[in-house]
Design a protein around this ligand. Structure first.
Ligand SMILES: [Zn+2]
Ligand SMILES: [Zn+2]
Length: 193
């Protein structure tokens, strides 16, 4: 999944694009894992085309052999303009955080999530809140073995309000995992047509 990339917060300032308020020529902006130097502006009806040169980061599809291309700027767009030194990755030289760093960060978050889930993945316990499920409490049990922790039993959930977020998040993963085999764990939710 592709998400917007941000440079370290303290390395840039915001610039709101509007008439008379464009970052000066020579400014370096942070854009999608790249540092781009602004060479000039060409005015358009609904904004500007900034001609930019890539000075750090991976090649852009549309750039020419001098690493230059046009960047469409609509009125009121927000640009991240580097204030001074551009933080670069010490391994690959791309603007920080680089693609690999982000992937590693996400992997660490996944591991932390799974380590937390492992504590709750036992028969008779709620996979959302981690507390035991008593016979008096409403519960729902997944029909198949745990899909995020192979080898663990089918997770159960309290049906109470506070456990619904965990239930919904797990059911979303089930849906991705099971594809056309998926049927929702709870079907009592109203839905808009
Ligand atoms: Zn790197
Ligand atoms: Zn619970």
């Amino acid at each position: 999944m592709k998400r917007r990339w941000y440079p370290p917060h303290d390395s840039t300032t915001y610039a709101h694009i509007r008439a008379g308020k464009l970052p000066p020529i020579g400014s370096v902006i942070a854009f999608e894992h790249r540092a781009l130097e602004i060479l000039r502006y060409d005015e358009r009806d609904d904004g500007w085309i900034a001609q930019v040169r890539r000075i750090h980061g991976p090649k852009l599809k549309s750039e020419n052999d001098r690493a230059e291309c046009g960047l469409r700027l609509r009125n009121f767009a927000i640009l991240d303009v580097y204030k001074g030194r551009i933080p670069l990755c010490s391994c690959c030289g791309d603007p920080w955080p680089c693609t690999r760093e982000i992937a590693e960060r996400e992997a660490r978050e996944d591991m932390q999530h799974l380590a937390g889930q492992m504590e709750k993945a036992h028969d008779g316990f709620c996979y959302s809140c981690g507390e035991p499920i008593t016979t008096r409490q409403g519960k729902v049990l997944a029909p198949e073995a745990n899909i995020e922790l192979p080898g663990f039993p089918p997770p159960g959930f309290h049906t109470r309000w506070k456990c619904r977020d965990g239930l919904a998040a797990y059911d979303q993963k089930r849906r991705q995992h099971l594809g056309s085999q998926w049927a929702p764990l709870v079907s009592d939710q109203p839905s808009l047509n």
